[in-house]
Ligand binder design. Sequence first.
Ligand code: SIN
Length: 520
Amino acid sequence: MKNKGGIVIIGAGIGGLATALRLAPMPVTLVAGAPMGQNNSSSWAQGGIAAALGKGDSAEAHAEDTIAAGGGLVDRARALHLARNGKRQIDWLTELGAPFDRDDQGNPVLGREAAHRVNRIVHADGDGTGAVVMNTLIRHARATPSIDFLPGWQALDLDVAEGRARAVILAGPKKFARLPCTAIVLATGGLGQLFSCTTNPPAACGDGLAMAVRAGARLADLEFVQFHPTALATGRDPLPLLTEALRGDGAALVNAEGERFMEGEHAQAELAPRDVVARAIWRQLQEGRKPALDTREIFRKKRNRFPLIRAICVEAGFDPAQDLLPVAPAAHYAMGGVAVDEKGRGSLDGLYACGEVACTFVHGANRLASNSLLEALVYAEAIAADLAQDGAGAPAGLEDCPGLSQGMEAGKEPILRAQLRQLMYDRLGLVRDEEGMREALRQLAGFAGAIPPRTPLAAHVLVASMIALSALRRPESRGAHFRLDHPKPEEEARHSFYTLDSFRAAAAGELGRPWPGAGI
Ligand code: SIN
């Protein structure tokens, strides 16, 4: 029997908005905790959208680069599907009015980013692609009558019965409510905020993953967290990003001795895969060599090419045309997430995931630069096509949800959160080892035992613990997961999958005692 209600999309970044627009005129309810365009990674994206549009480029070559970067874990067929859809997504956004940067002949200007063998990145407003695309989607979404926004409500949990998603539990300013539905599209973004150094906005705490796994969904490859090599090391939280496109345009990485250290590290030097560059910078930092990005020539010659970066630098007290910019790696993108098939369907009936919260297996162990916005767009279209085939009921109204409560001693939460984030950066950051990961899991179990259930922090501890366990149980180095005690990849590449039950069982096995139940 079908549930009552319609389609609910949780999250209003590129994945959520593109799904809603692709579904029109089918009605959808869109739940986003923050005002549109705020507090989501999409709007902050400085890179662009990878698409094989250049002369001599091809979808096959784009897919090959995606596969080569992904450490043996990229699904070939899906990578090819992604690459073949690049032009289609750019055309769609262009039809919606997204003003991509073009040359005098009207062709998109194609930039270069790490591990792409050719110039393949479509930008808008130089380094403002995310904001430009988001503004375009927001404008259309606001003018689309089939999209019903629920401002002021935050998704807390998924209500699932007999393996089927039936409702979303929401928290409003004063009460809780239940929104019945036939399908849920999770588009809640990433989890970089679980680490003390990150480029992600405050909302990127893995909440969607916690909702999905508590409801019984299967998560995959959580140990693969990509660190962006060049965050501007200002001490701010989050750290401002210095886009890879700068290195694509010739910016060099140098240290305090003036050495261009990437030349000795990799044949592609500054344009080596992201994990390679990030670890090289990390080593420079450990040795006290003060790694920095030299953008001086770019900003002297092309004053207006990177307006956002210029503003970020000036705000932080640097002149990118005169100063070397100190850099540090920062948590940037989660390759793992809710395991989905090629149509974006998760392991529960009626549950879909799109964008960073999903694991589509196109990024493998290490995402190729500027493939993430493309992935969100491609899967939004696939999800909409699948939902349109099934049809959906009429949207239901909010139902009261008495008896629910959520709470935490207000004073305690920021302290625990800061401890959690530092622990994750120190023990599950760019360079890991068994002792550090075990210690992290032990401390996280302590947090889980101390935190009231159904609090935001409990969700973050759960996701952090799942990252720690997945990482501990991968005795190899692969892509973004680098272990000092196992520096080589194993012969056979494998994915890791966990449900809440298998996580609890495996964590209990590692700890030698049950995983504390309360803080889930
Ligand atoms: C960047 O602009 O360097 C980031 C692009 C991305 O994360 O794909």
